[in-house]
Ligand binder design. Structure first.
Ligand code: ZN
Length: 430
């Protein structure tokens, strides 16, 4: 009898392994390889090698699928999620300082809750551009030491903060400490060189970001919660990969092709070569159909009969701010995945998609909740409407409920981790 918390523990392990989108893709790849999937390179000719469990990587994005036979698929069941989360990213010339401190210049990535990055011991991770004799390459790196800190101003020097609220200027007040002394020009590149085992003169660029060095954990008096960084949206990435691995173990063969797409850059609008607004998924679907002998007509027919489940964090009703939520749409933790609705298409869910998702979840005995935002508050968005516009695939927006979205540390329900995996598993074959 499996422990019902095993899913939560495994999701925490996935997120802990994924301080950056590139690491999230690497962890997804590690799990797919262990399940027998093999990589396909976008630069190669695909025909006829798309059969089986396959995946491609593009930067912080990944597309994986299971083609069980060398026949044109009748439709796709696609689960989408995003690998990126708001954080702080190191600038190109970051070696700065003030008042006898060495500091690193950072940019804010996405809609971060800035206060959540204060007084937290921060590690660094990402990828480093290395220029060698045979051209350029990127190398992953991760350093979990307490390298950085953004110390909050002491209350004695900011007596009004608890009344007036904390105001942070992102240029002025978010620069982390990195050490003591005067700014060491080139010091950051030298540090990276030691991290990726390269000569300092070869370090020419980086996509490096901060992470909370404290890993995720079960939380709450009865372990009914998960406390972790990047629940939005690496929890969905974990569930999508777990669902695809489970689907690969099933012998089902009805022409329906299960697909998982993990996108980068959702937090900054998805408009990039590896984002949901780019061609990475549409091109993969098209190439799979062509490699299996299909033509444009076959692709259009398959797309028309497909479903895309855009999976991203949903807002649970906050116990301290219930008035910020629509009173008729309370969303509870550990009560199942949330269908997200918005009449103005900030979410892609419509009656037809909602009915399909409800049906799939009902047959899998997974409960479903509904979110709609208050009319007097702006609604967030996600990859759903963007991917739907790009692909023309009928789409629903769903996600596990959580609190503290876009904080450096978020909170969700441990039972919802399992509900989400079961729901996505059902969707991939539904
Ligand atoms: Zn998200």
């Amino acid at each position: 009898m499996p422990d019902p918390l095993d899913d939560a523990r495994d999701a925490i392990a996935f997120i802990d392994a994924s301080p950056s989108p590139y690491h999230a893709v690497a962890e997804a790849v590690r799990r797919l390889l262990a399940a027998g999937f093999t990589e396909i390179d976008e630069r190669d000719r695909w025909s006829p090698s798309v059969v089986g469990g396959r995946f491609l990587q593009r930067g912080g994005s990944l597309v994986a699928w299971i083609a069980r036979e060398a026949a044109v698929p009748s439709s796709f069941r696609i689960v989408g999620a995003h690998t990126d989360s708001p954080n702080l990213r190191v600038k190109p010339q970051p070696d700065i300082g003030s008042a006898g401190w060495r500091q690193l210049g950072v940019e804010v990535y996405g809609g971060a809750l800035l206060n959540s990055w204060l007084d937290r011991d921060l590690g660094l991770s990402g990828r480093v551009g290395v220029l060698g004799e045979r051209g350029s390459e990127v190398r992953l790196f991760r350093d979990d030491r307490a390298l950085l800190r953004i110390p909050q101003l002491a209350i004695h020097l900011d007596r009004e903060v608890n009344h007036a609220g904390l105001k942070l200027n992102p240029q002025q007040h978010l620069t982390p400490t990195w050490g003591i002394g005067s700014p060491d020009q080139g010091g950051f590149a030298r540090y990276l060189a030691s991290q990726v085992d390269a000569d300092e003169s070869c370090i020419v660029s980086w996509d490096v970001m901060t992470h909370d060095r404290v890993g995720g954990s079960l939380a709450g008096v009865d372990d009914e919660l998960v406390s972790s960084a990047r629940i939005d949206d690496q929890l969905s990435c974990w569930a999508a990969v777990a669902a695809l691995v489970a689907a690969s173990a099933e012998g089902r063969d009805d022409g329906v092709l299960p697909v998982v797409a993990l996108f980068d850059h959702e937090e900054v609008g998805s408009a990039s070569a590896s984002g949901a607004g780019g061609p990475v998924l549409s091109s993969a679907l098209e190439r799979v159909v062509r490699a299996l002998g299909g033509d444009a007509e076959d692709l259009d027919r398959a797309v028309a009969g497909s479903w895309l489940v855009s999976t991203d964090g949903a807002h649970a009703t906050h116990p301290n701010y219930p008035e910020r939520h629509d009173p008729a749409h309370t969303v509870a933790l550990n009560a199942g995945p949330v269908l997200k609705h918005n009449a103005n298409e900030r979410y892609a869910t419509d009656a037809s998609g909602a009915a399909w998702f409800e049906g799939v979840c009902r047959s899998a005995e997974v409960p479903v909740q509904h979110f709609v935002s208050r009319n007097d508050m702006p609604c967030g968005s996600t990859i759903g409407p963007i991917a739907a516009t790009r692909l023309g695939v009928p789409t629903v927006d769903v996600g596990a409920p959580q609190l503290a979205m876009h904080s450096a540390r978020e909170l969700c329900g441990s039972a919802d981790v399992r509900w989400l995996r079961l729901a996505l598993s059902a969707c991939l074959v539904g």
